[in-house]
Design a protein around this ligand. Structure first.
Ligand code: ING
Length: 311
């Protein structure tokens, strides 16, 4: 019996700072209802799907910063999304800015959750690779202040048994680091969900601006193929608060091929039937880690200890 998972990638156009939460939720629910009409089991929403991507500007007052975070999910400002998903019997991935009270203090993370068809949260991931800077850079056309607004994620890269397979998550810049895929590949991941907010212009490396879409797909197609997993990637795109962001959201097969892709810079849903058993074709042959991978021979020198240690 093939394990077919029908997955929707739900790309979002800009979320203006002025947009109310109900208006934003209505956009997400509209794509959820589209996905239901197309027989979807699971929908991938983007990174920071509830707000504009506020790390692109400087926010001095903590009270203002808090307005971009959610402390209780599901909660009053997201319940309508959970209710719609439960009504439609569709699971979803959602990225949002999380405030958590842990170890007796307020902590802030760039977070994503995996929600089952029953509307219950299956798992949570907190972004580990935070790009950009921990202080504003004067003179730049926009900022990237994730290191200032978020802590590094403290949950690792878990993989869950869900939707009949092995499901994992990562967030945006994580996709540029092969470790993100391999740590989940070593746990047998079959489908990785992620969202991204990626400006066309990179102030730190303007010479790569024309390569943004290429690099976006390069890293995800490689990660999918080298770990025998599907990758579902949803962009927040278009010009959001003056920052032009790439789109080209897609679903990638374990072959590394993009099997569906968005072609606008707005709210757009694309759906693909993912046969999770295709993962095993790669995991049992060319990427059979047990048979072919030899970390004990890599002579890996870890930055911290300088001692050789298998990854
Ligand atoms: N954004 C970007 C990303 O990794 C970036 C940061 C932009 C890195 C352009 C390199 C080039 O896609 C987030 N939110 O991580």
């Amino acid at each position: 019996m093939p394990r077919i998972l029908t997955v929707g990638v739900a790309q979002m156009g800009p979320i203006p700072r002025s947009q109310s939460r109900p208006e934003t939720l209505a956009r997400l629910i509209a794509m959820l209802e589209d996905a239901a009409r197309m027989g979807s089991d699971l929908v991938c929403f983007t990174e920071a799907a509830l707000t504009a991507f506020f790390p692109h500007w400087t926010i001095e007052a903590e009270q203002e910063l808090d307005t971009y975070f959610d402390a209780k999910v599901p909660g009053p400002s997201t319940q309508a999304l959970f209710d719609a998903a439960r009504r439609l019997r569709i699971g979803f991935h959602l990225g949002y800015a999380e405030i958590a009270i842990e170890d007796g203090r307020k902590r802030r993370f760039n977070t994503s959750i995996l929600v089952g068809k029953d509307g219950e949260i299956i798992g949570k991931y907190r972004k580990i690779h935070l790009p950009g800077y921990d202080a504003p850079r004067p003179g730049e056309p926009f900022q990237n202040l994730e290191k200032m607004y978020f802590e590094v994620g403290n949950l690792g890269f878990p993989v869950w048994n869900a939707f009949g397979g092995r499901i994992g998550m990562m967030i945006c810049n994580d996709r540029r680091w092969p470790e993100s895929y391999r740590v989940m590949g070593l746990q047998g991941v079959e489908l990785i969900l992620l969202g991204y907010n990626t400006p066309v212009h990179n102030p730190a490396m303007p010479e790569t601006d024309d390569l943004g879409n290429f690099h976006n797909h390069l890293v995800m197609q490689s990660g999918a193929y080298q770990n025998g997993t599907f990758v579902v990637a949803a962009a927040k795109c278009g010009v959001e608060e003056g920052v032009d962001q790439i789109g080209q959201s897609c679903i990638i097969a374990p072959s590394g091929e993009r099997i569906t892709q968005c072609s606008t810079l707005g709210d757009e849903l694309q759906v693909a039937r993912c046969d999770l058993d295709l993962c095993n074709s790669y995991k049992s042959s060319i990427f059979n880690f047990a048979k072919h991978r030899r970390p004990e021979h890599y002579g890996l020198i870890t930055e911290r200890t300088g001692a050789g240690a298998p990854l």
